[in-house]
Design a protein around this ligand. Structure first.
Ligand SMILES: Cc1ncc(C[n+]2csc(CCOP(=O)(O)OP(=O)(O)O)c2C)c(N)n1
Length: 378
């Protein structure tokens, strides 16, 4: 790591690794050179996916997207510490964890296009992903409701003794939602294997964290519920990994939940429908700098270990861009979900009123067949 460290404008203690326990030129304890490179490449894939999402949305191929530029370390550091049997109850900004856990790009893009292979069959709000392959549970648009589901799933894991850890995520804004209180109360009392991550990216759309909570930090909330809590530099992938690994080990050992505040910054807009310059000017320019950008910080660290050179950088960017271009192009070619699927998955036997509606649609479909949009050259 360069001798300069990120100048994080906040006085509260923050766990960091890349300038402290993990010294420049020395491998951090418990991580190999290959693992560090894997994490670096994982963050680059997420950034390449974000670049592609933005282009697809701006060119009208998809309607809506959410990016996580600047927050990649929060997803990769945690993803690296997860075991296969663990579960992720995220919200719309954690899709990078699916990529890091091995979900192919096209499975994420199928959802953005709402095509026939979309796990949600085109019924969810876009950017509300789900993926069985990597135990990523579908979230609701209503902020915080998934925290309750996560607490329940963690309780089930405790009863079943299946050695699974349940992770759940909430933004700084989301900590004001009632369900945060319910989840934390339950976690503190029953002590299931639950790790609650607060992704403090400093804004809830236009609302800064200072207008969200009067306490100096969000991790202080843990004490009120009897849940051990730490506050971590969310742009330091090794610190995020260390904190997650320790919390997961505690959970697996039956020692109960942990609350982890990840201090980071949402560099992009809240979503493709937001213009952040209207409420924070050009402030975000200060967060993709060499000292703060989680990718640049890891690159400096790899360099200090002689694990990085220009050729490696060019190759992994090219690989990442090929992966996202191929994956999203595949998804763009697929047809829409069959409208008949609207009637599936809720009732084992269709109630008469719905059966009538389906029959009416069948009749209309034969009279006025719908056009498929055809292929989109991307
Ligand atoms: C209960 C509820 N209130 C408001 C909204 C509208 N809303 C959607 S996202 C969002 C901001 C969430 O911010 P935060 O929790 O900090 O997460 P971030 O998007 O910054 O990652 C709001 C207010 C909602 N979806 N649900």
């Amino acid at each position: 790591m360069s001798s300069k460290s990120a100048d994080i404008p906040n006085s509260a203690p923050l766990l960091r690794a890349m300038t402290e326990s993990a010294k420049a030129g020395q491998l951090p304890e418990g991580l190999t050179a290959d693992e560090l490179k894997q994490m670096y490449e994982g963050m680059i894939l997420i950034r390449a996916y974000d670049e592609r999402q933005k282009k697809l949305q701006r060119s009208g191929r998809i309607g809506f997207c959410v990016t996580s530029t600047g927050e990649e370390a929060t997803q990769v550091g945690i993803g690296h510490a997860l075991a296969d049997q663990d579960w992720i109850f995220g919200y719309y900004r954690q899709y990078g964890m699916m990529l890091y856990k091995g979900a192919p790009v096209t499975e994420l893009a199928d959802h953005l296009f709402g095509n026939r292979d979309d796990y949600a069959k085109g019924r969810q709000m876009p950017a509300h992903y789900t993926n069985r392959r990597v135990n990523f549970v579908s979230s609701s648009s209503v902020i915080g409701t998934h925290l309750i589901h996560a607490a329940g799933a963690a309780m089930a894991a405790k009863y079943k003794k299946d050695n699974a850890v349940i992770t759940t995520f909430i933004g700084d804004g989301g900590t004001s939602a009632n369900d945060f209180h319910s989840c934390m109360t339950f976690a503190g009392v029953y002590k299931p294997p639950l790790v609650i991550f607060i992704v403090n990216n400093q804004y809830a759309i236009s609302q800064p964290v200072s207008k969200q909570c009067g306490a100096e930090t969000l991790h202080l909330k843990g004490a009120g519920y009897g849940v051990p809590a730490v506050r971590v530099d969310g742009n330091d992938v090794i610190a995020v990994y260390n904190a997650s690994r320790d919390a997961f080990a505690r959970a697996r050992a039956g020692e109960g939940p942990t609350l982890i505040e990840l201090y980071t910054y949402r560099v992009g807009p809240h979503s493709s429908s937001d213009d952040p310059t209207r409420y924070r000017g050009n402030e975000s320019d200060q967060w993709l700098t060499e000292d703060r950008d989680p990718i640049a910080r890891t690159r400096h660290y790899l360099k200090s270990l002689e694990l990085w050179d220009e050729a490696y950088e060019a190759k992994i960017w090219e690989d990442a861009q090929n992966k996202v271009n191929e994956g999203t192009s595949d998804s763009a070619q697929k047809p829409e979900p069959d409208w008949n699927s609207l009637f599936e998955d809720v009732y084992a036997e269709l109630p008469p009123a719905l059966a009538r509606q389906r029959d009416e649609l069948i009749e209309q479909e034969s009279e006025f067949p719908r056009q498929q949009e055809g292929e989109f050259p991307l």
